[in-house]
Design a binder for this molecule. Structure first.
Ligand code: BG6
Length: 590
């Protein structure tokens, strides 16, 4: 949810840390804070709001080779400078930042207050700081105090601490991700590998309940439960210097939307050989589950649809945050497919933990390298869409379902046909991303900008797309966009249709076309403004938005107009397309 980054090396820590932070900002951006240590003195700079173009000189921090930083997505305590991390110990001998939620912080806080400790912020994080101070009163050293304090925390928490002496950083992981980058004369401890992909691909991926200590140029890894020192396994992530710039586009969102003319095909590059074991695992499994959250949840729904529809596989889609009732149903004869851009979504990880308990085999389609979900998987796959920086997921969504279509058609011996369908779609998309399409959607955005309530109808292959399309526009425009299966219309939703209410209908040239057109007729007869997302115009449409024919992959084509509408409508409304309010790219807390 938040982003943490620690640096120790020969360069100016403030400069290095600020660059790392800008690569982490998509993880949460309501406030941030940086601390460096020099001559046994820690200095801090905190700010509410996005990082923007600030540079290290503006921070007026001393030149130092060691420091930590944090970008926040508030969970406890308002968005203020006082609540921004890192937080000082009472004697200013160390500072600490956290990514996670201390579920038992209220109990711990009242005990500490009884012991006379003072709190200046409303955060659960400051409780960890005071708890370490309390442990220090009867611990021989800081790392022991950190370890015993950490063991009292309930929930998924990752912390990083900078001491004012001995070039000393301690970080502990339980839940939220933590990785170490081993660069030339520098060590980086961060929330994800993207933040230092421009510096090194030598990484140590921490597991839960592992603690890393950087002390005077030495780095050690410990098991926080036993305090035993562990061997550090260094992996080489095959990520070349991943550039995270907009390459001339005004925003990451429009760049990532247009990149789909490549990324859809890239996701489907797996050969039959590479898929064989996984396809057999699907064939030999009793029940297949797909699971994800947010946009990835809708992709999981689409993949289950393809498995049922094209491969005749008994597949059920689950929402990560509602899997607890399946905990006793999962079995060793089942297989669960996790869908996630980041590979770090806490709810999806918990769903996999439930499945793993019962010996269910795990497969995954993830975009980020070195993630927790990939490491939990028996069959790990990558969508290889490149970094997705815009908080609202676009190219990762179409890549995930392109992979799902490839798998589903490969199960019935149509691997090459699947690749052909996706290749054709990618080529057509290249022609679709033109001024005419952009102007058409910009005009629609202008027409709709003063409306507040919108509905999106979808059926069959377009049901999940109606949900994802609505979410996409909702995420960026903050308007009430609701997607639902067209069949639900007459069972209630139609009461919300009034004169001029915008209703989108997603129409493919398939067996559901007439049903959707009937639904459009029903809402039109109640005064709705009907917007047809379709291959051809129709008298039932007040507004026609043409899409390309993706054949069996038509769902991928049909989500694009919603991605573009959310972008152009956000611009009309003056919203940030890349960093919508209250959201973060990877939800690492439950
Ligand atoms: C949300 C993101 O926080 O998490 C969404 O804003 C995303 O875009 C969802 O779909 C799930 O994340 P992930 O990384 O598991 O795909």
């Amino acid at each position: 949810m938040c982003g943490i980054f620690g640096y120790a090396g020969n360069e100016d820590a403030a400069t290095r840390i600020l660059n790392g932070l800008k690569r982490l900002e998509y993880r949460g951006y309501d406030s941030w804070g940086i601390a460096v240590s020099k001559n046994e003195n820690i200095e801090i700079f905190k700010r509410v709001g996005a990082i923007g173009d600030i540079n290290s000189k503006d921070l007026k921090l001393p030149k130092s080779g060691i420091g930590i930083v944090h970008t926040r997505w508030a969970t406890h305590g308002g968005v203020t400078e006082i609540n921004a991390h890192p937080h000082f110990s009472t004697d200013k001998s160390f500072v600490l930042a956290q990514n996670g939620i201390v579920e038992n912080y209220q109990g711990l806080k009242s005990e500490l207050i009884q012991k006379g400790y003072k709190f200046i912020s409303q955060t659960d994080t400051e409780v960890i700081v005071r708890l370490i101070e309390d442990k220090l009163t009867n611990s021989e050293n800081l790392i022991e105090a950190v370890r015993s304090a950490f063991l009292e925390l309930k929930g998924r928490n990752t912390i990083i601490l900078l001491e004012n002496k001995n070039d000393h950083i301690i970080a502990v992981r339980n839940g939220s991700p933590l990785v170490v980058g081993l660069g030339k004369n520098e060590t980086i401890i961060a929330s994800d590998t993207l933040s230092f992909a421009d510096r090194t691909n030598k990484v140590v991926l921490l597991e839960n309940n592992q603690m890393i200590e950087y002390l005077n140029d030495q780095i050690k890894l410990f098991d926080v439960l036993t305090n035993n020192e562990l061997e550090m396994i260094v992996s080489n992530l095959d990520h070349e210097d991943i550039n995270v710039d907009r390459e001339g586009f005004d925003h990451f969102m429009i760049k990532e939307i247009v990149e789909q003319k490549y990324t859809i095909e890239t996701a489907a590059q797996y050969t039959e050989d590479e898929l064989r074991d996984f396809l057999n695992a699907i064939r030999n499994s009793k029940k297949i589950y797909t699971v994800g959250a947010g946009t990835a949840g809708f992709a999981a729904q689409q993949i289950a649809y393809y498995l049922r529809k094209y491969a005749g596989i008994v597949a059920a889609e689950l929402r990560s945050y509602e899997t607890e009732s399946y905990r006793n149903l999962f079995s060793k004869d089942d297989l669960i497919i996790a869908v996630s851009q980041s590979g770090e979504t806490a709810d999806t990880i918990e769903a996999l933990e439930f499945a793993k308990e019962k010996g269910t085999k795990i497969a995954s389609i993830v975009n980020m390298l070195g993630s927790t979900i990939t490491r939990m998987s028996d069959y790990p796959f990558f969508s290889r869409s490149g970094p997705e920086i815009c908080v609202a997921s676009t190219k990762a969504f179409t890549a995930q379902i392109a992979w799902g279509l490839l798998v589903s058609l490969s199960l019935i011996g149509k691997h090459d046909e699947a690749k052909k369908i996706l290749k054709d779609l990618a080529e057509k998309l290249d022609g679709y991303f033109n001024e005419y399409t952009f102007e058409t959607i910009k005009n629609l955005a202008k027409k709709l900008k003063d409306q507040e309530h919108f509905f999106v109808l979808g059926k069959g292959q377009n049901y999940a797309v109606s949900l994802e399309g609505a979410l996409k526009v909702k995420e960026i425009t903050y308007k009430h966009f609701e997607g639902f299966p067209a069949g639900e219309l007459k069972h209630g939703v139609i009461v919300l249709i009034d004169s001029g209410t915008p209703v989108f209908g997603i129409i493919s040239e398939d067996e559901n076309k007439s049903d959707i057109l009937s639904a459009m007729a029903e809402v039109k007869s109640r005064g709705a403004m009907t917007i047809g997302i379709a291959k051809e115009n129709n008298d039932l449409f007040d507004i026609f938005i043409p899409t390309i024919d993706g054949r069996l992959a038509d769902a991928l084509a049909n989500v694009i107009p919603f991605q573009l509408l959310s972008y152009f409508l956000a611009l009309e409304l003056g919203n940030s397309p890349d960093k919508p309010r209250n959201l973060a790219k990877s939800v690492t807390v439950k």
